[in-house]
Design a protein around this ligand. Structure first.
Ligand SMILES: Cc1cc2nc3c(=O)[nH]c(=O)nc-3n(C[C@H](O)[C@H](O)[C@H](O)COP(=O)(O)O)c2cc1C
Length: 210
């Protein structure tokens, strides 16, 4: 009996350890206080930027940005900031940075690690400036969430999340450009995507170069 208890405790400790290594908790998003900019000012100021300062994006800022992209704004109903066709919530946001690649998990408001590799060169493809962005967000639709796999709906849903990212970046003092260019083959493999997943758009994100 004693041995069995010790064994169970060991298994539990091992599982918790693996979980801790693969999941990075994000600080709570700061939707109310992170920016004083109005929506109209963000619309006025939004523009594509293709060069970034050599400066990290703190997790607190990333947290608010990911929440704005597609986090829960009505947690009790599991509804998110971006609309989606039939509320299927097919868009996942992958975070690619120097220390690896992660899938944003809105349920836990955390990052689930999917690769230990720096995949920014694969996001960049032929546009080298992307490699200098501290963070790249990659928007992936899970087409299996639609009754019949519908790439058009997936593309539309990705567009809403992408615009949320553009406006949230502007409001937070960050800069970005939405991009369809990327090495889809490598990203599909390295992010562990399947045939029902579609890579639609990505966002290199950084601070403006003064
Ligand atoms: C669907 C889509 C795909 C895009 N793909 C790229 C791209 O691969 N590389 C790039 O540098 N910019 C890309 N852009 C950014 C556009 O070039 C940019 O939005 C456009 O020139 C207008 O400039 P603005 O965003 O400053 O208004 C893309 C934009 C959209 C909406």
């Amino acid at each position: 009996m004693m041995n069995k208890t010790i064994l169970l405790l060991l298994v539990w400790a091992l599982c918790s350890c693996t979980e801790a290594q693969t999941r990075v908790s994000l600080p709570a998003p700061n939707a109310g206080k992170a920016s004083k900019m109005t929506l109209m000012q963000a619309l006025q100021n939004r523009h594509s930027v293709r060069e970034y300062a050599d400066k990290v994006i703190p997790d607190a800022t990333l947290s608010t940005l990911l929440w704005a992209a597609c986090g829960y704004n009505r947690p009790a109903e599991k509804r998110i900031t971006a609309p989606s066709a039939m509320n299927v919530q097919d868009i996942s946001v992958y975070v690619c940075r120097a220390d690896g690649a992660y899938r944003y998990n809105p349920d836990e408001h955390a990052l689930d690690r999917v690769s230990s590799k720096d995949l920014r060169a694969s996001v960049a493809s032929r546009q080298d400036f992307v490699k200098t962005a501290p963070v790249c967000l990659v928007l992936v639709s899970d087409l299996s969430k639609f009754r019949s796999p519908d790439a058009e709906m997936g593309a539309l849903d990705a567009g809403y999340v992408s615009e949320n990212i553009c406006l949230a970046c502007t409001a937070l003092g960050l800069c970005t450009v939405p991009r369809a260019t990327m090495d889809r083959e490598t990203l599909t493999r390295e992010l562990g995507l399947q045939s029902h997943h579609r890579l639609f758009i990505n966002h290199p994100i950084g601070w403006p170069k003064k």
